[in-house]
Design a protein around this ligand. Structure first.
Ligand code: T3D
Length: 258
């Protein structure tokens, strides 16, 4: 049987590829289990300093598998599957890059938005498809959309369910960048390798700080930054960064905690 998520490791990067191409990588229990295991594996691997998420075949992800049977309680399904995955991606102390080609629909779109950096093909299609089947955006969509694109665009995307292109998604601030079609994986790889050479602990602390910022006042956030900077300042990479600056050479970051 084909693996629902392919994992390839090298160069400090774990590359996770959703692998149900005949259904545009629709999400089912097997995919959720495999993704959870792959993210655990990335965190447990001391050599892993960035994760790259992609989809096999002609699109990134079509959201929930609509042919897998409908749970009686969709709230329970979210609690069991989607919510832990989004929390895991946001809480993972590693940068996660997502490369979107073809379509990212429903929870597939929001799965991408839960990642740290998203690159997409110019004509990739992002759609909050939920309304077309009588559902509301989940997997963090109602939280990500207004923060990234503003309330007016969030409501339009959710209520109309119309697709926007990768180019539009970049122009609206939903994603990091749009690239030429066919270059998404290469650009995702480039970014992941770049991140894998950066101070991993500082990036993990940034993720924590950005995560806290949404619910904080400026005053509270200044305290978060103080604590994060204290931790970053105690890492070997801070010493290396300063030494490299003084010696006018490129830093050699290890990503180590101590
Ligand atoms: O249930 C819960 O737990 C609640 C959680 C819900 C979270 C959600 O994500 S709800 C939203 C679910 N997703 C959708 O509603 C999207 C459904 N799919 C589409 O609208 C379209 O297929 C796409 C816009 C994604 C792509 O359109 P297109 O024309 O490029 O491709 P296609 O021909 O429609 O699809 C290709 C194949 O993939 C096709 O199979 P076939 O006919 O060749 O055997 C199609 O059935 C299959 N496919 C596409 N999306 C899904 C899917 N199979 C299962 N589940 C899908 N979501």
């Amino acid at each position: 049987m084909d693996e629902p998520v392919l994992v390839e490791r090298g160069g400090g990067v774990h590359r996770l590829t959703l692998n149900r191409p005949d259904k545009i990588n629709a999400l089912n229990d097997a995919v959720f289990d495999a993704l959870a295991a792959a993210l655990d594996g990335a965190e447990a691997d001391e050599g892993c300093r960035a994760v790259l998420l992609m989809g096999a075949g002609r699109g990134f992800c079509s959201g929930q598998d609509l042919t897998a049977g409908v749970p009686a309680d969709l709230g329970e399904a979210l609690e069991r599957r989607y919510n832990p995955l989004v929390r895991r991606l946001r809480g993972l102390p590693l940068p996660v890059v997502c490369a979107v080609h073809g379509v990212a629909a429903g929870a597939g779109m929001n799965l991408a938005l839960a990642c740290d950096l998203v690159v997409a093909g110019r004509t990739a299609r992002f759609t909050e498809a939920f309304v077309r089947i009588g559902l509301v955006p989940d997997a963090g969509g109602t939280w990500f959309l207004p923060r990234l694109a503003g309330d007016a665009r969030a409501r339009g995307l959710a209520m109309l369910g119309e697709a926007i292109t990768g180019e539009q998604a970049a122009a609206w601030g939903l994603i990091w960048a749009a690239v030429e079609d066919g270059q998404e994986a290469a650009e995702g790889e480039r970014l992941a390798l770049q991140l894998a050479g950066l101070p991993t602990q500082a990036i993990a602390l940034m993720k924590r700080a950005f995560g806290a910022a949404a619910g904080n006042t400026l005053d509270q956030q200044l305290d978060v930054e103080r604590d994060a900077q204290r931790e970053a300042g105690a890492t070997p990479d801070f010493g290396e960064g300063v030494a490299a600056f003084r010696e006018k050479r490129a830093p050699r970051f290890t990503g180590r905690r101590a």
